[in-house]
Design a protein around this ligand. Structure first.
Ligand code: MTE
Ligand code: HPA
Ligand code: MOS
Length: 827
């Protein structure tokens, strides 16, 4: 069992003295997720569990068979005549705009004349059952139904880059004189790298349930991170004003960015059919369709170059990041911007040039995925630093340390924001000590010398992650708090619950404000008719901004209640305290519920709205400079792996994670986010491989071929701790956002595998680490095939290396010989 240390983190919090007036309420306590019992018992209501209204019909999508083609003819008679089919709709049936793109209007809801990727919805079938709808939609595979004239398709980022084909103009940031600094540096290197994409693989697939309402109204239940966006795209699609559409989401079974914009096509199509037929319509994509239709994390190819000194300190760096955006812009502009802003990761780059490209391809439109381009930006920096360590024969940790941001110096990011709250060094120091990194590295080099087949590797990587939407206006949130006459409290806010615990944290904030137990506060479904004009729950800002908005709403009510308390008990309003269900003033106290009732009788408003706009953030999209992030979250991880050099299999033996969640509102939830983010990042970098064939057909579109980590992939030793650190900014209870940053801690797994591969050519003279003068050419995901390829390539180049194992055997995949009996295979 993974050994998580929630109790430890909790214990360290017991001594906190909180400004809060309510010591018995929930802030800083590791309370379970508000729906934990429902999740495990199966009682939690997801969109598909909402009791269906009488007359509900079911939708399924007919998908394109070509990556790029003109639709020559569409003959839907066979589909219409299929059993159970009630209607079939195409783009021609859309009364308003045939677009669901969140930023640029380049995202057709249903293909219109042309298909832009293989899997694009061309028509929707409405039938009496889900199964009959799917059977009829499968007729899209027939030439008699849809006839195409294939057009040239561009499938990869590299091809699109060569053709200069982008969904948005290239981003280019340059500071100082990187080319000159590189040329003048004592050491130089150039490299290329590639990392694959990643399917969000939310356990609950995309789904929408649309209900027509009176007077041209529409209620859409949608599994979405962004109810307001769903409201707007449905309204545009129907040509209606926004007030005619309501979107509601109680919870998602995971979103991970995949439901930030891409729930839209499902919401729009369900609403279209509901509008046409005046019947409730449910559209639930099965897993394969979901894979084929929706965008994923952007895969990337990189070219980089750096000049550095003898200690590994970077004097100048250049990188070119080519992201596969897919057929439309979607959120790729903001993703490419975040990739650019995260290249520095935790390191100061005086002279730097970053090019970030959103390459247009005939594939699914790639979108948000936990980290939102940040992981793609920072990963290449970690690879570059590892290359430098190999080049110089230094421990990669020392090279990293030589490049960390400073405090009061060397602290300006390439985009001009000062790093004001830098805790990288003390955090890494603490982790180096707690993980015993140095001794373990030495021990592992020893062990590897005795083990010709199984090789171990270890790596420490840090993360610095910018918190805020990198589009400043999105950093706003609203909330609505109701205190009912009996003293129970209801909170509604613009954020959505996707398993991350947002509703728990927001309820904790409200409970704390009123001095109530958490059980007195209930968080409700997100609903566009309650809080308007919300942003997506994304960029890890959910609890930061909705927590503050809810606090604002609750505080307004509390102030009104305090005034009533003074009339009843005497004293001064500013001295009234709310704790343990009691309200105190002037040495006397009254139960909260009693005060509430008195306030009601005195005709005091017992509900309030609340609002929050994140301070300080600004961004100049022309110069690519500004203050895009309110603050940074930090963390670091040490991972140790073992690889089998004969099969390419590997295992994570131990991981030590130390992460900065500020002053945690809920350490249990935050530790869960850190564990989950790390394992999800590990999946991205190791087992999750997306593979398109030459026709542009995604072949890995189900769990049978696409391998996400299982619980058995968590390491036997899994030490996850919170770093004690109050947010320097006055966020809600000085907490920090935690949703995305821990995903980047998984870099340590990839680099540990690289370290283990390097061990196959480690020369006895380099006895303290696996630094050979050439970095293993390992791509990500580091599947067994990728690991074997890297072993081959590394060992083929024997001329620059001793080419011998320490025990004198030849190296490489030629090592099909049985392991000598004398070796101690250590796992
Ligand atoms: N955790 C769970 N269990 N499920 C999710 O879908 N999404 C992640 C992260 N953690 C996700 C999750 C992503 S991509 C983001 S941006 C944040 O949660 C969003 O929620 P927050 O802002 O409230 O942290
Ligand atoms: N994260 C997620 N979604 C976004 C962002 C971001 O930084 N910027 C714009 N949309
Ligand atoms: Mo998260 S990728 O910002 O939804």
């Amino acid at each position: 069992m993974p050994q998580t240390q929630a109790p430890l983190a909790t214990a360290s919090r017991d001594t906190d003295t909180r400004a809060s007036s309510a010591s018995d309420t929930a802030i800083g306590v590791p309370l379970p997720h508000e729906s934990a019992a429902l999740h495990v018992s199966g009682e939690a209501t997801y969109t598909d569990d909402i009791p269906e209204l009488h007359g509900t019909l079911h939708a399924a999508l007919g998908l394109s068979r070509h990556a790029h083609a003109r639709i020559v003819s569409l003959d839907l008679d066979a589909v219409k005549n299929a059993p159970g089919v009630v209607a079939v709709f195409t783009a021609d049936d859309i009364p308003g705009e045939n677009n669901c793109g969140p930023v640029v209007h380049d995202d057709p809801i249903l293909a219109d004349g042309e298909v832009l990727f293989l899997g694009q919805p061309v028509f929707v079938v409405i039938a009496t059952s889900h199964d009959l709808a799917r059977r009829a939609a499968a007729l899209a595979k027939s030439d008699d139904v849809v006839r195409y004239e294939p057009l040239e398709a561009v499938l990869t980022a590299a091809e699109a880059k060569a053709k200069k084909q982008f969904v948005l103009p290239p981003l280019h940031l340059k500071r100082g004189a990187p080319a000159e600094k590189i040329a003048a540096a004592p050491h130089r290197l150039t490299g290329t790298f590639e990392v694959g994409g990643q399917e969000q693989f939310y356990l609950e697939g995309q789904i929408a349930y649309a209900l027509p309402k009176e007077m041209d109204g529409m209620l859409v239940y949608s599994s979405t991170q962004h109810p307001t966006e769903m409201q707007l795209v449905v309204a545009h699609m129907l040509g209606w004003p926004a007030h005619s559409v309501v979107c509601e989401c109680r919870r998602m079974g995971g979103g991970f960015g995949g439901k930030e914009s891409q729930s839209a096509i499902f919401a729009c199509i369900a609403a279209l059919a509901a509008y046409k037929l005046h019947r409730p319509i449910k559209l639930r994509a099965d897993r394969d369709d979901d894979f084929m239709i929706t965008g994923k994390r952007h895969d990337a190819v990189y070219e980089y170059e750096a000049g550095f000194d003898d200690t590994g300190r970077i004097l100048g760096a250049r990188v070119d990041i080519a992201l596969r955006a897919g057929f439309s812009a979607d959120l790729s502009g903001a993703v490419a911007t975040r990739a650019l802003c995260h290249f520095d990761n935790a390191y100061y780059l005086s002279d730097v040039e970053i090019v970030s490209l959103a390459c247009k391809t005939n594939t699914q439109s790639n979108t948000a995925f936990r980290g939102f381009g940040g992981p793609q930006g920072a990963l290449v920096m970690e690879v570059l630093l590892d290359d430098i360590a190999h080049e110089l024969g230094l421990d990669p940790l020392d090279v990293r340390r030589a490049n960390f941001y400073g405090i009061g110096e060397r602290d300006i990011t390439p985009y001009g924001q000062r790093v004001e709250d830098n805790i990288v060094e003390p955090l890494v120091d603490e982790l180096v000590a707690s993980s015993d990194y140095r001794a373990r590295r030495a021990a592992l080099v020893e062990a590897n010398a005795q083990s010709p087949v199984l090789k171990r590797g270890i790596a420490l990587t840090p993360v610095k992650f910018g918190i805020s939407f990198n589009v400043p206006f999105l950093n706003q949130a609203g909330a609505l708090v109701h205190v009912y006459k009996d003293g129970s409290v209801l909170v509604n806010h613009g954020g959505t619950e996707m398993g991350q615990g947002l509703n728990t944290k927001v309820a904790q904030v409200v409970a704390n404000e009123f001095g109530l137990a958490l059980s007195q506060v209930r968080a409700t479904a997100t609903d566009t008719s309650k809080v308007a004009n919300t942003s997506a729950t994304a960029a890890s800002t959910g609890s930061d901004i909705n927590g503050k908005a809810a606090e604002d709403a609750a505080r307004k009510i509390r102030e009104r209640l305090a005034a009533v308390a003074v009339t009843l008990l005497g004293g001064e309003a500013r001295n009234v305290t709310f704790a343990r269900g009691e309200v105190q003033s002037n040495g006397a106290s009254i139960p909260f519920a009693q005060l509430v009732n008195a306030a009601y009788l005195a005709r005091v408003q017992l509900w309030s709205d609340g609002f929050y706009a994140t301070p300080k953030v600004h961004w100049d999209s022309k110069t690519l400079t500004g203050h895009p992030f309110y603050y940074f979250a930090y963390g670091a991880a040490v991972s140790e792996v073992v690889i089998d050099t004969l099969t390419g299999e590997w295992k994570l033996l131990r991981a030590d994670l130390l992460h900065d969640a500020g002053r945690s509102i809920n350490p249990a939830i935050d530790i869960g986010q850190i564990e989950g983010g790390f394992i999800q990042g590990m999946g991205w970098l190791t087992t999750e491989e997306l593979w398109w064939n030459r026709d542009g057909r995604l072949m890995t579109h189900a769990p049978s071929t696409y391998k996400i980590p299982a619980v058995s992939d968590t390491p036997a030793a899994f030490n996850v701790r919170l770093y004690r650190n109050d947010n320097a900014e006055p966020t809600v209870f000085r907490s920090k956002a935690v949703g995305e940053p821990p995903l980047l801690l998984a870099f340590s797994v990839l680099l540990a595998i690289r370290d283990a591969i390097a061990a196959t050519v480690a020369d006895a003279a380099h006895d303290t680490m696996h630094t050979v003068r050439r970095a293993p050419p390992l791509r990500a995901p580091a599947t067994p095939e990728a690991i074997l390829d890297a072993l081959d390539a590394l060992n083929a180049n024997a001329t620059i290396l001793p080419g011998q194992r320490p025990n004198g055997e030849p190296v490489g995949k030629s090592n099909t010989e049985a392991a000598p009996a004398t070796t101690s295979a250590s796992t």
